[in-house]
Design a protein around this ligand. Structure first.
Ligand code: CAA
Ligand code: FAD
Length: 380
């Protein structure tokens, strides 16, 4: 496998790296402490084209490939995973979903504003009693002729309060099970739509996670995405690509912690020498480097599969499963390499360790990735 990057890829990676260093790093500890959404930074990311990277240029998107997107995700996540999850949801769930399956009118009206960051998007599938088991959702969308009426609650929604446009998955006909599910575009401000309380989180604390309530929300029929009954496939297909973005986020969190640990090992002294000269520490660095490289190969393979028009359900699930485990392992070891300083906020690695955990949970838990992988390989 040859993952040679083009000059353009290198430029995108450098631009994301510079942005992370100059715009995200200052204030990242404070935003984490205060659970503050990186509003200004997200708006700048929109201006720079990082919020609609893969979307079609005619709707304001960058028309870039998935490799460019994962390179940017890795660089941003090295520094601020709260900002990068906003980038991830907007790019690979909301913009990609609308660009691929939306109508011309939906793209003109919504996508063109989401690609530039003028509006922010959210993807609403999970419910209080239906996370992994996504088809058992209770939110209903009743067909009333020229509109649908949505009732129910969505849970843990990223960008819950900051978003303007929400892609909402709901049951239109329970009898038909997953074939009775539809996806809708809901705008903030529609009557009966209410943002619930903000979750108090362990990690990615700068991103805002909320429950959402729908009380007789009237949504015009033209806001349904795709044919009647396409909603569950829409969610699954969109999540297959989303998982590549989260895998890249996990890779970035791991790489960020690794780089900090490596520098620390070179400078911190104990027993009259830099700690890197103690084999126990040097071997930790060796393990981190090896696992990160392996994760990078899986992430790039999944991104290339998507770019080459190959099926990426399996490679994306493997990339997410593996990279998220590497993120947990590497960040935990990075704290250990830092000793007491690792436990202190100003050294960043404790935050990266807290942030790493979510990559094993959202966009399908690690157990769900194993369901996807095992079904795929056993079927083959
Ligand atoms: N692409 C297209 N269609 C797919 C598909 C895919 N990747 N995966 C499943 N389907 C289709 C199946 O073909 C089937 O359709 P047919 O009957 O027409 O063939 C239908 O969907 C139902 O499939 P299953 O029988 O496999 O469904 P299941 O109930 O066993 O569930 C699952 C499968 C993979 C476990 C799925 O429920 C799942 O992915 N759960 C996890 C949900 C999840 O990832 N949530 C993330 C929320 S968003 C988020 O988290 C964002 C964030 O944090 C930032
Ligand atoms: P459950 O499904 O109840 O799972 C509990 C445990 O059982 C897990 O360990 C799980 O892996 C395991 N389990 C369940 N089923 C199986 C099985 N068949 N085989 C083996 N093990 C199984 N959702 C959205 O829709 N949009 C968002 O923007 C979004 N953002 C999120 C942001 C944050 C910070 C968090 C915490 C969650 C977010 N989610 C979002 C929800 C997330 O996708 C779900 O939490 C996740 O899919 C797991 O669902 P659950 O929490 O209901 O866990």
């Amino acid at each position: 496998m040859d993952f040679k990057l083009t000059e353009e890829h290198e430029m995108i990676r450098q631009a994301a790296r510079d942005f992370a260093k100059n715009e995200l790093l200052p204030g990242v500890i404070e935003r984490d402490e205060k659970q503050e959404f990186p509003k200004e930074q997200i708006s700048k990311l929109g201006e720079l084209g990082f919020l609609g990277m893969m979307a079609s240029p005619e709707y304001g998107g960058g028309g870039m490939d998935t490799v460019s997107y994962v390179l940017a995700m890795e660089e941003l996540s090295k520094v601020d995973a709260s900002a990068s999850v906003v980038v991830s949801v907007n790019n690979s769930l909301v913009c990609w979903g609308l660009d691929t399956y939306g109508s011309e009118e939906q793209k003109k009206k919504y996508l063109s504003k989401l690609t530039t960051g003028e509006k922010i998007g959210a993807f609403c599938l999970s419910e209080p009693e239906a996370g992994s088991d996504a088809t058992s959702q209770k939110t209903t969308a009743i067909d009333k002729g020229d509109h649908y009426v949505i009732n129910g609650t969505k849970n843990w929604i990223t960008n819950g309060n900051s978003a303007d446009i929400y892609l909402v998955i709901a049951q239109t006909d329970r009898e038909k099970k997953h074939k009775g599910i539809n996806a809708f575009i809901v705008e903030k401000g529609m009557e009966g739509f209410e943002v619930g309380p903000k979750e108090q989180k362990m990690g990615i604390r700068g991103s805002d996670t909320h429950s959402l309530n729908f009380n007789d929300v009237k949504v015009p029929k033209e806001n349904r995405i795709g044919e009647d009954g396409f909603g569950f496939k829409f969610a699954m297909k969109t999540l297959s690509g989303g998982r590549i973005g989260i895998a890249a986020q996990a890779l970035g969190i791991a790489s960020g912690a690794y780089e900090l640990a490596k520098e620390y090992a070179k400078t911190r002294k104990a027993f009259g020498t830099e700690i890197m000269n103690h084999q126990a520490i040097a071997f930790k660095i060796a393990d981190m480097h090896t696992h990160i490289e392996a994760a990078r190969h899986l992430v790039m393979k999944a991104a290339c599969d998507k770019d080459n028009g190959e099926n990426y359900d399996l490679s994306g699930a493997m990339a997410k499963l593996y990279a998220s485990q590497v993120a947990m392992d590497v960040t935990t070891e990075a704290v250990q390499v830092h000793g007491g300083n690792g436990y202190v906020k100003e050294y960043h690695v404790e935050r990266l360790m807290r942030d790493a955990k979510i990559t094993q949970i959202y966009e399908g838990t690690s157990e769900i990735q194993k369901v996807v992988i095992s079904r795929s390989v056993l079927r083959d």
